[in-house]
Design a protein around this ligand. Structure first.
Ligand code: HEM
Length: 532
């Protein structure tokens, strides 16, 4: 066939020049383990590509300028109004550029999906322990990508210079101002003088279309190269070990799946954008620092910061003529710091607690790491509470409740619910592990009750398959780390005793409650006694 001949000839020409045949062959045959949850990272990737494509389209018409013009476009209610060129050009894209509104909507929806996919992907990586050695670097890169995406989103939705975006920028200015000592300098530096000034829009534009996307491209490339080089993890199933990778070849299986899935993601995002309006800036009007509309809400991924601001008590300290505004530093800097530092360091914290220096390519089932799973749910519940209180005004309005009562409920809730969520999750995990143990030892309940000749009623249990037994017993359960002798052989107190004691304590917190999987001897004993 002509096509095959051309492909073969091209491959030959390339190989003669770059010696590429070997590389292509090896890459095409590379095996990737498969599971639906590995698709989450892919959704983040495809949304990023959609963002790049639609973003390029928008830059052709968007004018990153605060210069004042009188609106003369086709949206009648705003005709004759003074506004920035940025806002006017956003209206132009929405109403006067063919397909402009759809592309704007796709760009905004893709941004929301991008961050959501990233968060869910991160949760998958966390709950299955995919961040363990050797993938710590990819975890850190992930945390940087997530943090950058917040800044990228904020810069993006500030560009249209409408009333909502200006309100977000005003909060950003307040946060910068709250920084002790450097606050005023930092604000003047970012805004080029008084708020809002004329510099911020062009600066945000550069950050949004050049700086952060460039960093994203570089980091995502490294992220994917690491997945390729270190190989993908796999779920525990018979035949999968720490030393192999069981799955399908990259070519043709993954190239076909990934290509198809990209178009599905693009299609769904486009449908959503065609039917569900988002960020209708023409309804908000141009930005004016003296105005704000009721129910102003940031994009969802910034909601937790908004919530932290609304949740925090109105604390301020006055010292030597200076004001330290804890009511802004706390929610805007300390709370995110307390959330993201442990998040970034988690692989190293867990490694220190477990003392586990082995490589892990087989994933954990979340129930088999009850403390980690509990901590993950604790973190998610804290974050959801912040997200919820970020909408306290909307909740108050919708349910006709007092906004103060709502805020106080969340204030108490943030101390009560996350620890409770931790305990309940851990108990559920331990319960599930006990059920797995039962399944291996006594088989599945069939629901069939029989009466024995001597009158006893029993439920018949059916043994589970050997493959299932393997899956339920393959994991290793860690015992808490012991402090050991406090002195060495000569009676001299051991070095680094305190560190060892702390580690033993944390390790007890992690592993004191545990359910051991049945040992082969236990299974064998039950089998030979014929008990099911
Ligand atoms: C721009 C955003 C991101 C993109 C495009 C992306 C893309 C991907 C893709 C396609 C994979 C392979 C498939 C999969 O396991 O889902 C992957 C794996 C991985 N990602 Fe991400 N990711 C992003 C953000 C993150 C974040 C926020 C984290 C965590 C903080 C993270 C940590 C990891 C780790 C540790 C792996 C290896 C997982 C394994 O082998 O099981 N990534 N990423």
């Amino acid at each position: 066939m002509a096509l095959e001949r051309i492909a073969g000839k091209t491959a030959n020409e390339l190989d003669e020049r770059y010696g590429s045949a070997n590389f292509v062959k090896r890459s095409a045959r590379k095996i990737f383990p498969d599971h639906w949850s590995f698709m989450l990272g892919e959704i983040a990737l495809y949304s990023f590509i959609i963002l790049l494509l639609t973003g390029v389209f928008l830059t052709l018409w968007f004018k990153p300028s605060s210069g004042i013009v009188v609106y003369d476009g086709s949206y009648v209610p705003l005709k004759g109004l003074e506004m920035s060129e940025a806002y006017a050009s956003t209206l132009e894209i929405s109403f006067d550029v063919r397909g402009g509104l759809l592309i704007r909507q796709i760009h905004h929806w893709a941004a929301l999906i991008f961050v959501a996919a990233m968060v869910v992907h991160m949760a998958r990586v966390f709950f299955t322990g995919a961040f363990r050695k050797p993938r710590e670097a990819n975890w850190i890169i992930g945390v940087i990508l997530l943090t950058l995406s917040f800044i990228e989103g904020l810069a993006g939705y500030s560009l249209p210079d409408d009333l909502l975006s200006g309100t977000g920028l005003r909060i950003t200015q307040g946060v910068l101002l709250s920084l002790p000592v450097i606050g005023t300098y930092a604000t003047y530096f970012l805004f080029g003088g008084q708020f809002p000034g004329e510099d911020i829009i062009p600066r945000l534009f550069t950050v949004h279309v050049l700086l952060i996307p460039g960093i994203f491209l570089a980091l995502i490339t490294v992220h994917l190269m690491l997945v390729w080089y270190q190989k993908h993890t796999q779920y525990p199933l018979p035949g999968r070990t720490e030393k192999n990778a069981v799955g399908y070849p990259f070519f043709p299986v993954y190239t076909a799946k990934a290509g198809g899935f990209f178009f599905i993601t693009f299609g769904v995002t486009t449908l959503l954008s065609a039917f569900v309006a988002i960020n209708q800036v023409w309804l908000f009007g141009p930005y004016n620092p003296g105005e704000i509309s009721a129910g102003s809400q940031p994009d969802w991924y910034m909601g937790f910061l908004e919530g932290a601001l609304r949740l925090f008590p109105n604390w301020e300290t006055h010292l030597f003529g200076f004001t330290i505004p804890w009511n802004v530093i706390g929610p805007a800097l300390i709370i995110p710091g307390l959330m993201f530092t442990p998040l970034a360091l988690y692989p190293f914290i867990e490694r220190w607690v477990t003392g586990d220096n082995e490589e892990h390519h087989v994933l954990d089932r979340p129930r088999n790491a009850p403390t980690r799973t509990g901590l993950g749910v604790l973190a998610i519940s804290t974050w959801l509470i912040l997200l919820g209180v970020g909408a306290n005004d909307v909740l108050a309005y919708t349910f006709n409740l007092s906004i103060n009562a709502i805020t106080w409920t969340f204030r108490i809730g943030i101390f009560v619910i996350p620890p409770l969520a931790y305990v309940v999750t851990k108990r559920i995990c331990l319960g599930l592990q006990r059920r797995d143990r039962e399944l291996v030892l006594h088989g599945r309940e069939t629901g069939r009750i029989v009466r024995l000749p001597h009158g006893e009623m029993i439920e018949v249990h059916e043994p589970i398959s050997d493959a299932k037994k393997w899956e339920l017993t393959q994991h290793h359960v860690q015992a808490p780390h012991e402090v050991g002798p406090t002195t060495d052989a000569n009676g001299v107190p051991r070095r680094r005793l305190l560190a060892s004691k702390i580690r033993a304590r944390v390790s007890r917190f992690y592993f004191e409650d545990r359910v051991e999987p049945p040992t082969p001897a236990e299974v064998h004993e039950l089998e030979s006694s014929g008990h099911h």
